[in-house]
Design a protein around this ligand. Structure first.
Ligand SMILES: NC(=O)C1=CN([C@@H]2O[C@H](COP(=O)(O)OP(=O)(O)OC[C@H]3O[C@@H](n4cnc5c(N)ncnc54)[C@H](OP(=O)(O)O)[C@@H]3O)[C@@H](O)[C@H]2O)[C@H](O)CC1
Ligand SMILES: [K+]
Length: 506
């Protein structure tokens, strides 16, 4: 799914009105109805619905929802923030409708002294500002936000928590943004919802489709995407009856050191589960019996060194190479990595200590084989690329880095972000907090390597790899729970993730 800026969404909104065609007020009614349905399912008529409405269409939505809920026997009250200007357009029509309906208490207020007393079970609906927010909130609306945030009541934000920008919040005022428990957003997730620091404002968010025109969506350009099942299905082709292991590539994984052989085992197992034809795992000498016992399906290449990575086998046989999980950063390993970068002719997947070595030798980044995949977590990213003061800034850095070094950068997190050399960004939609566990990254490296070795392009392997990794984690968490989930479970559930992906097509 393409992701858009709030400005672009307003454009698609306009396109829909002109081309469906549908009147402004009817589109607002349709959007409001989606939220009304959601509220009816979740709350009872015993709970009063208290709306805070702003001067624009976000306020107009709030008025429409109040009207719809009142017709369904909910007790509603509307508090309209009065900026001394008459309401215009659809919000004005909805205000009139409410007056005529005569079921909802309607109050206009100009300053915080007009802030109402609320009952403990009242639900607060935030319809003050949505995608039309043009600057941080200050003065009267900021004071109302502060009052609302102090209350324990359940808070539901309409489209966007008031005060939050749809993309960049670098210059925003954190205290002047609604902290919602739920955000019900129209048609597309807003980009800022995907950043960890904004969870405190959005709470749990859900996308409610409102039937924006497909033509408008199609013709609006975007280089930012939300990865969904459809985007991955096309990458995972069904296998020919006559397929043999030679059709699915030969991966080389360089992993493990003394005390960290688990990383080699986890990455090897998930590489195999990702469907690679052959896997050779290169490990220090002391890891030999560990890997042979834990992963009998893998062939081994044994380093001359007992405890660390210092050399690698002839590379001509391999269709992709993974390096990093558990390798440590000793001087000889650094030298060997440098030589690997110089000799490799196929894309690499570089993770963990592989990335840390690169951070300490940034001039080697020039040597990266084209379309290699780097998989930093935020700490590794900071060491590799530098500091950033927020997630928005960080993804800009990520984009520039991917373009500069012609690599794919996978920044791991709740919504893992993939940056590609052509300036595109892909946010992953799968995964859960249970996956924040030791070795989870090693399993991702294995999956990426396994897909890459099968001849899948680096971009497609990155997109499919992070999606499958998250999906396997989601399936595992359903049975194991989030706290009890361990990295090996992700590998074990990879098969179910493939089955889930193929469900509808077969
Ligand atoms: N396509 C859709 O998804 C649909 C969205 N709908 C809803 O419409 C809003 C967007 O409505 P819009 O009228 O464009 O904007 P807002 O309601 O968010 O607010 C605009 C008004 O707020 C004033 N404003 C902006 N920033 C501030 C501020 N910091 N302090 C005070 N006032 C502010 C702005 O005035 P200006 O001075 O900036 O001109 C406007 O008066 C979207 O979020 C959805 O809820 C449709 O209903 C359905 C389709
Ligand atoms: K809002």
């Amino acid at each position: 799914m393409k992701l858009f800026t709030t400005k672009q969404i307003a454009g698609i909104d306009k396109f829909t009105i002109e081309n469906e065609p549908i009147s402004d007020i009817d589109l607002m009614e349709r959007a409001a109805l989606q939220i009304t349905h959601w509220l009816v399912k979740r709350f009872s008529t015993e709970q009063k619905m208290v709306f805070f409405a702003g001067p624009g269409n976000n306020g107009g939505d709030a008025l429409a929802i109040a009207c719809q809920l009142a017709n369904l026997d909910f007790v509603c009250e509307v508090f309209l923030l009065d900026f001394g200007k008459e309401l215009k357009g659809s919000p004005a029509v909805n205000w009139k409708r409410l007056e005529e309906q005569n079921k909802v208490k309607l109050v206009k207020f100009k300053d915080e002294s007009g802030f109402p007393e609320l009952g403990l079970t009242d639900v607060i609906l935030d319809g003050m500002f949505g995608s039309g927010l043009s600057r941080p909130l200050e003065g009267f609306p900021a004071a109302i936000v502060e009052e609302i945030n102090q209350l324990e009541n359940t808070k539901v934000a309409i489209d966007i928590p008031s005060g939050l920008m749809g993309e960049d919040n670098s210059l925003n005022i954190p205290g002047n943004i609604i902290k919602a428990d739920f955000t019900l957003t129209f048609q597309f997730p807003k980009i800022s919802f995907l950043f960890p620091e904004n969870e405190t404002y959005t709470g749990k968010w859900e996308v409610l489709p409102i039937g924006l025109h497909p033509g408008g969506i199609e013709q609006t350009p975007s280089n930012t995407f939300f990865i969904e099942e459809e985007d991955v299905k096309k990458t995972i082709a069904s296998r020919s009856k006559f397929a043999h292991k030679g059709n699915f590539g030969h991966a080389l994984l360089i992993a493990g050191s003394f005390g960290k052989m688990g990383a080699a085992v986890l990455a090897s197992r998930s590489c195999l589960r990702a469907g690679v034809g052959l896997l050779t795992t290169h490990i220090p000498r002391l890891g030999y019996s560990i890997i042979q016992t834990a992963v009998p399906e893998a062939m081994t290449s044994i380093d001359q060194h007992d405890a660390i990575f210092t050399e690698f086998p002839d590379l001509s046989a391999f269709s992709a190479i993974g390096v990093g999980p558990g390798i440590d950063k000793k001087r000889n390993s650094q030298k060997a990595l440098c030589e690997l970068l110089e000799k490799a002719k196929v894309p690499l997947v570089i993770d963990a200590d592989g990335l840390n070595i690169l951070s300490e030798n940034s001039e080697w980044l020039q040597k990266l084989p084209g379309k290699s995949i780097l998989t930093p977590h935020p700490g590794e990213f900071k060491r590799l690329v530098g500091n950033s003061s927020n997630s928005y800034e960080r993804i800009q850095q990520q984009k520039e880095f991917a373009q500069k070094y012609h690599t794919i950068v996978i920044l791991k997190g709740a919504y893992t972000v993939i940056a590609t050399p052509n300036g595109q960004l892909f946010f992953n939609s799968t995964g859960n907090p249970g996956m924040a566990t030791a070795g989870s990254g090693d399993t991702l490296t294995g999956i990426l390597l396994g897909l890459l070795a099968q001849g899948i392009s680096s971009e497609a392997a990155a997109i499919a790899g992070v999606y499958l990794h998250g999906l396997a984690g989601d399936l595992a968490a359903r049975e194991k729970s989030e706290p009890a989930l361990i990295a090996g479970d992700i590998t074990d559930y990879l098969g179910k993730a493939f089955i889930e992906l193929n469900k509808e097509t077969n």
